[in-house]
Design a protein around this ligand. Structure first.
Ligand SMILES: Nc1ncnc2c1ncn2[C@@H]1O[C@H](COP(=O)(O)OP(=O)(O)OP(=O)(O)O)[C@@H](O)[C@H]1O
Length: 245
């Protein structure tokens, strides 16, 4: 089958840390695919392998076996320099801690991935992205002059600027109060529903997961189950069951 329909696909991915008696299988035979234009939350008990999944899926780490396909490319075929380039040009990242550079303006933070990739910004695209996240009047400010929610919106703009194949978000609302967190999650849902972006978000929070279209649950490094059209209550109930395993 063609790879074109998926933004990201994991095939039988295993990730082992350590050796011998200390070996830990963080991912076991994990196969998952993420449609273009979809918003998926990845959940699971502590130690289930969510961070390991994110690192392997985003090309930040390599699986022990199995393959990861991103933007139609098998990441195993790329050397480190090519992988770095693919990450810069085709993947967006949003972290809990925003990771903005305090000495740069909002505009400079947003366009940093283009600078790193050596790609010129299309005329008008920065303004469009800034408008999309509601920061048009803040472009010359520094991150320290913004609220937490605004800083996370800068991070979302920075993730959008390269028009990536997929945006990976790691607990994007972990540092925000619940109302601001909901605004950021609504924005993530909008960039999927209205603009056709693909978002894969790791979270512990059932409310955050309820903003996604689908929730994938991991347990003990493996796929456990998935839920379509999640609600916070159903996600919380499912998590309680998984944690009791
Ligand atoms: N660098 C490493 N070296 C050894 N073991 C590791 C390493 N990173 C993760 N592990 C182990 O792999 C398993 C999965 O860890 P991972 O961090 O992916 O889980 P997680 O679901 O993200 O957990 P949490 O929700 O607590 O952040 C755990 O048993 C963890 O101890």
């Amino acid at each position: 089958m063609a790879h074109g329909q998926w933004a990201v696909e994991l095939r039988s991915v295993e990730k082992k840390y350590g050796r011998g008696a200390g070996e830990v299988a963080a991912l076991r035979d994990l196969s998952l695919s993420f449609d273009r234009g979809s918003f998926t939350a990845v959940m699971g008990p502590s130690g289930a392998g969510k961070s390991t999944f994110l690192h392997c899926a985003a090309g930040l780490d390599r699986p022990t076996s199995g393959s990861v396909w991103l933007a139609g490319t098998d990441l195993a075929t790329l050397d480190e320099a090519q992988l770095t380039m693919l990450r810069r040009e085709r993947v967006g990242f949003i972290f809990q801690a925003y990771n903005l550079l305090g000495s740069l303006t909002v505009a400079e933070n947003i366009t940093l991935p283009l600078l790193l990739a050596g790609v010129a910004a299309e005329p008008g695209w920065l303004d469009q992205v800034a408008r999309r996240v509601g920061l048009s009047d803040r472009l010359q400010h520094r991150p320290a002059q913004l609220s937490g929610g605004q800083q996370q919106r800068v991070a979302i703009a920075r993730a959008l600027i390269t028009k990536p194949e997929v945006i990976f978000a790691d607990e994007p609302t972990g540092a925000l109060d619940s109302r601001t967190g909901r605004q950021v999650l609504s924005l993530l849902r909008e960039i999927v529903d209205r603009d056709g972006n693909t978002v894969v978000m790791v979270t512990h929070d059932p409310v955050a997961a309820s903003f996604a279209q689908r929730v994938v649950f991991l347990a003990d490094g493996a796929f456990a189950e998935e839920m379509a059209a999640p609600t916070a209550d159903r996600v919380a109930a499912r998590m309680t069951r998984l944690e009791e395993w």
